[in-house]
Design a binder for this molecule. Structure first.
Ligand code: GLA
Length: 403
């Protein structure tokens, strides 16, 4: 009898472990929003965040799809006597629930940040040992998104730590998008599709197009360096589970061409589009980039397949992204600082994409060509075309299948 009982208990335990799962139905296309980190780092407070919420609405960014407003590090105060985390009472005197209400009233969603270790990267309380309590607190506050970092984690197993928080979120009952930030260290693309809705693939982005910010023991990476580190990862991403090459630096001081190239390549990667600039005060050039709906649509395409680098030649890269309905996005990236002129002979780009299981087949198919930055229909693929790509810039085309 005892044995039967033990077997039943074990079976129940195995079943409940196997049924643990993240919230389904979230992030069917790459998440879009804004985060405080790239511009404000630890210098955040409720006044700034409310102004950002208003600006997301007024600028049209919310209506273009940027709906998550994410507090990154340093919103935290202490834990209360029962161990529940509280907001910093000086920076957020009204508390996070009031902030969530403010954000929700504007048609936005609220994101928050914690860390699997004992402390966050900014030295605030981490969730280690408080996972279920923190998840419950976020759910009670009305939080919609959690970015979960990896500082102070030396003795922690990443699979266990991230699955633990996933289960805690699930148990708290509110659908909260789970964004893993362990910098690609344990190759999360190989194991985290059932754990999270997105995972960082690299260390932090550095606000530079083509450089590395090297420190003893760690580095931050420019746009091109992060792009190169995405090699081989496309087959692991898809609806509900995305590779995250980190938040955007568009509008933070790189040139207009560089901002355009950065934004375009993140769209070609089907990356989460999390803005990192001060949206209260954007130049016309910045908002033109961030609000180009035809370019956003490349990122948000419902097929959810990342683009592939087909070839690289003389400083230019040629990328294709399969789109729903047989269309493609096609992009030429100029990695150099010199303008380059190139003649596109479409037959040179006959390729088979083994993730989408589809040929471009320019011999027997014709595609209508639209230049998405020039916002111009531009003939079709029956004839070659010559284009000039400025230094650190892109040309981006949508190829619409005609036959
Ligand atoms: C880490 C993350 C960043 C940011 C900071 C906050 O470096 O990778 O994206 O969240 O911590 O301290």
């Amino acid at each position: 009898m005892k044995r039967i009982l033990l077997a039943a208990v074990l079976a129940a335990a195995v079943c409940s472990a196997a049924s643990a799962q993240k919230f389904e139905g979230l992030a069917q296309t790459p998440p879009m929003g804004w985060s405080s980190w790239n511009k404000f780092a630890c210098d955040i407070n409720e006044k700034v965040i409310k102004e950002v919420a208003d600006a997301l609405v007024k600028s049209g960014l919310r209506d273009a799809g940027y709906v998550y407003l994410n507090l990154d590090d340093c919103w935290h105060g202490e834990r209360d006597s029962l161990g529940f985390i509280q907001a910093d009472p000086v920076k957020f005197p009204s508390g996070i629930k009031a902030l969530a209400d403010y954000v929700h009233a504007r048609g936005l969603k609220l994101g928050i940040y914690s860390d699997a270790g004992r402390k966050t990267c900014g030295g605030r309380p981490g969730s280690f040992g408080h996972e279920y309590q923190d998840a419950l607190q976020y759910a009670r506050w009305g939080v919609d998104y959690l970015k979960y970092d990896w500082c102070e984690s030396e003795d922690i197993n990443p699979v266990g730590a991230y699955n633990l928080m996933r289960d805690a979120l699930r148990a708290a009952g509110r659908p909260i998008l789970f964004s893993m930030c362990e910098w690609g260290t344990s190759k999360p693309w190989t194991w985290a599709a059932e754990t999270a809705h997105q995972w960082r693939t690299t260390g932090d982005i550095y606000n530079c197009f083509d450089c590395v910010d090297q420190h003893p023991g760690w580095a931050a990476y420019g746009v091109l360096q992060i792009l190169d580190m995405q090699e081989g990862l496309r087959k692991y991403a898809g609806p509900g589970h995305w590779n995250d090459p980190d938040m955007l630096e568009v509008g933070n001081g790189q040139s207009e061409s560089e901002d355009r190239a950065h934004f375009t390549m993140w769209c070609m990667l089907a990356a989460p589009l999390i803005l990192g600039n001060d949206v209260r005060d954007m130049s016309r050039q910045t908002s033109d980039i961030l609000l180009n709906r035809e370019v956003i649509a490349i990122d948000q395409d419902t097929l959810g397949i990342q683009g592939l680098k087909f070839k690289a030649e003389d400083g230019l890269e040629f990328w294709f992204k399969p789109l729903a309905g047989g269309d493609w996005a096609f992009c030429i990236l100029n990695r150099t600082t010199e303008a380059k002129t190139y003649t596109i002979d479409w037959q040179q780009f006959n390729l088979y994409d083994d993730v989408a299981r589809r040929f471009t087949d320019f011999d027997s198919k014709t595609y209508a060509v639209r230049d998405l930055w020039e916002r111009r229909d531009d003939g079709d693929t029956r004839k070659p075309r010559t284009v000039t790509v400025q230094g650190h810039d892109v040309k981006l085309f949508k190829l619409r299948i005609e036959n």
